[in-house]
Structure formats: C-alpha cells, structure tokens
Design a binder for this molecule. Structure first.
Ligand code: DAH
Length: 392
C-alpha cells in the first residue's frame, strides 16, 4: 500500500488502487494525516507549514493549513479531484466521489472547530492579560508645586487683597512713553542710566521703539489712563535690566508695584499701609523706618527699611562680630516708594489739585531671599528640583 505522501500527485492507478476497498483505505490515510495536522497547536502548524514551504503570505498558520487542504489551485482536495476523481475508471468514480465528499465535509468541520478553539484561547489569554487588579497600588504621579516666587507673589497679593487692593497685570514689552516719559523720566534724565534695558529690533519706520520694561511702574500710568480715582491696585510681574548676573543681579527679575490714588490720601495712609504689609509679611516683631530718597515719579520719595530679621535689629552676629546680612546696621533696605508726583497726574488727565496718592515698588526676588535666607538670586531661575522641593 503506498503512503499518501505525494500520493495526491499521482493517479489511483499509478498508486495501485483499483477497487472500493483500496479507495476506502487510501482516503482513510489522507483523513488520518489531516486529523494529525489539525490537532497541532499554532506553533506546530507553523512548523509543519514551513516544512511544506506552504506558509501563506499572511503568516497566519491556521489560514495556511486551511489553504493547504482546501486551497482552490493547489490544495490537497483539488489535487484529489484532479488526479484521483477525474482520472479514474468510471466504475470507481461513484465510490471515490462519496469518499471525497465525506473527506471534504470532515475537513471543513474540523477546520471550523479549530478556528473557534484558537480564537477562544486567544481571547481568554487577552482577558487574563487585561484583567485589572484593583488591589494593586496605583501609579503615583508626583504633584508639582508653585515656584517660590509664585508663592511669594500670592502671599503679597493676599495681604493687599485684605485691605481692598486688586491685582492688575500688564505688558512686559513696553513703549518708552509708559516706561519712562509718563513717569516723569524724560529722555536725557540721568536716572535712565540705572535702567538700561533691552530694546526690540523693529523694522525702520516703526511708530515707536519698544523695550522690555525695566519696572512695573508703567502700569501706574496704564491703570490711571483707564480708570478714574479711587485707584487701589498692585501689579505683580517680570521686569528686565541689562545687568550682568551675579548673586544679587539677574537680567530678569520680579516686582510688585502698588498704587493708591484718591481724593484724600495722606502720607499717614501711605506709611500705615506699608507698615501693615511689612508686619504681615515678616512678622509683627519687625520695625520699619523710611529714609528720604529720590524717584522722578514720587514726591516726596522714600526708601523703606525693615529691622534686620537675622539679628533682630541689633546689628550683632550671634557668635560675636557684626551681622553679615545687615552689615551691622540693624536695618535692611526693602523697597522704594513715595507720594505720587503731581507731574504724573498730568500725563493721565487727573486733577493734581484734587487727588493724591502713594506708590511703591518692591523686588520680589529680594524679599523672598531675605525671608527664606537664600543668598543667590540665580537659584530661582536654575530650577534645580532639589531647591524647588524645599518649598512645597
Ligand atoms: N520703579 C522703581 C524701580 O524699579 C521702584 C519704585 C520706586 C516704584 C518708588 C514705585 C515708587 O512705585 O513709588 O526701581
């Protein structure tokens, strides 16, 4: 009895099969061969198909096996039709046809079953893989925090909110008019030397030069242009100067501007407000003082000092010698301020005879450094998380 290997390439006559008994036997052999193959797992089928050089282009072994048996052009059943059925003597055709139909329906049923089995298995595997274990700990995404400068801004805003101020913000790119002229700083005023800044490259014929604001004071003008008295605003924001970076200088830093204008604001309201703020911010124990100073947009102008928060105002270091922070003075310079110069009201159409007010401008980086004992302004901008994490 010939084996079915390559048998389907030959005719039954060539295989020596010439009666019903022989036909039944050779079909049984084909069927047994199929049954062995269909029982394999996908890896087994893949290996087999590779051996047969039959792996379909889709590389799916189950589909390849199906094509191997049922493929229209060169599938085993097609070969059987061509070589056994068509090329057999008429007397055997009936038997062969019957055997063929049985084999065909057997193969179709088994292949369908196999596909279902494999699909169910893949689905089950996917289900196990995707199962959510609610008892596992979650993924912890570390929550960031506000930058220290932002925190200090917020604290200052809260203090001023509590006494009726509101917050306004303005452009960092300004015109010389708002940054200087309207603040009573004409073009050749020497004070401009302290505020050398960055000018924006503009096309020729631009209506006005533009610069990075050197202070938040331009917002005094913009606010008063928009609004009639009473005015009570603070202006947090970034400002720029052409300073070389060192422990206390940066080309960009932060200020909070303050402005209060009404019909009856006195120097007492001014110092009282500042003192209230300083005590809220540094603690009730600190003392304040002011010294005469000069700003073109305030008259009189003052510089506010706070008693040194490191030596308690004594000027002496704990271990002897002078306090390194206030250099023995017992006072630390805080910020500039003053009563709004009447000339400024002229730029915003306020009646200088009817209104009065005060303004102040403080460097936030400096306040934060004092308050938290930070001795290098650059750490604010380096964003080293080891630094940032200390102020959650
Ligand atoms: N704009 C000033 C500066 O940046 C600070 C300043 C001083 C602001 C006195 C004021 C003020 O509003 O009244 O140096």
């Amino acid at each position: 009895m010939p084996t079915v290997d390559n048998a389907t390439a030959k005719t039954l006559n060539e295989l020596g099969v010439n009666d019903a008994q022989g036909v039944a036997e050779i079909f049984a052999e084909v069927r047994a061969r199929f049954d062995r193959q269909v029982a394999l797992d996908t890896d087994g089928i893949r290996n087999l198909m590779l051996q047969q050089a039959w792996l379909g282009s889709d590389r799916d072994p189950v589909t390849s096996l199906r094509n191997f048996w049922l493929g229209r052009k060169a599938g085993v059943l097609t070969l059987i039709t061509e070589n056994w059925l068509k090329r057999s003597p008429p007397s055997l055709k009936g038997v062969i046809g019957k055997q063929f139909n049985e084999l065909k329906s057997h193969i179709e049923t088994k292949l369908a079953e196999q596909r279902k089995r494999i699909e169910e298995k893949t689905e089950a595997a996917a289900l196990t893989r995707e199962q959510v274990d609610l008892s596992l700990p979650g993924v912890i995404h570390p929550i960031g925090s506000h930058h220290l400068i932002r925190q200090v801004f917020q604290e200052i805003e809260d203090i001023f909110f509590s006494i009726g101020f509101s917050v306004v913000e303005g452009p960092e790119i300004e015109t010389p008019y708002y940054n200087f002229e309207a603040l009573n700083i004409p073009e050749f005023h020497p004070v401009r030397d302290d505020m050398d800044t960055f000018y924006i490259d503009l096309p020729e014929g631009a209506p006005t030069p533009l610069l990075l604001r050197t202070h938040t004071s331009p917002m005094q003008i913009r606010t008063m242009e928009k609004q009639k008295p009473p005015v009570r605003v603070i202006v947090p924001g970034k400002v720029y100067r052409r300073d070389n970076p060192d422990a206390t200088h940066s080309f960009m830093f932060h200020q909070v501007e303050g402005l209060a204008v009404d019909t009856d604001i006195t120097f007492c309201d001014f110092t009282g407000t500042i003192e209230y703020f300083v005590k809220q911010f540094f603690g009730a124990g600190v003392k304040t003082r002011f010294r005469p100073s000069y700003f073109p947009f305030t008259e009189p102008s003052v510089e506010f000092d706070v008693s040194c928060i490191f030596c308690g105002g004594s000027g002496a270091a704990a271990g002897g010698g002078v306090c390194s922070k206030c250099k023995g003075a017992g006072w630390i310079e805080l910020f500039g301020a003053g009563m709004v110069d009447p000339a400024v009201y002229g730029f915003v159409n306020y009646d200088a005879k009817k209104v009065s007010g005060f303004a102040f401008g403080m460097g936030i980086d400096r306040l934060a450094m004092l308050r938290y004992g930070i001795d290098d302004i650059q750490v604010f901008f380096q964003n080293d998380v080891r630094f940032l994490k200390q102020f959650p």
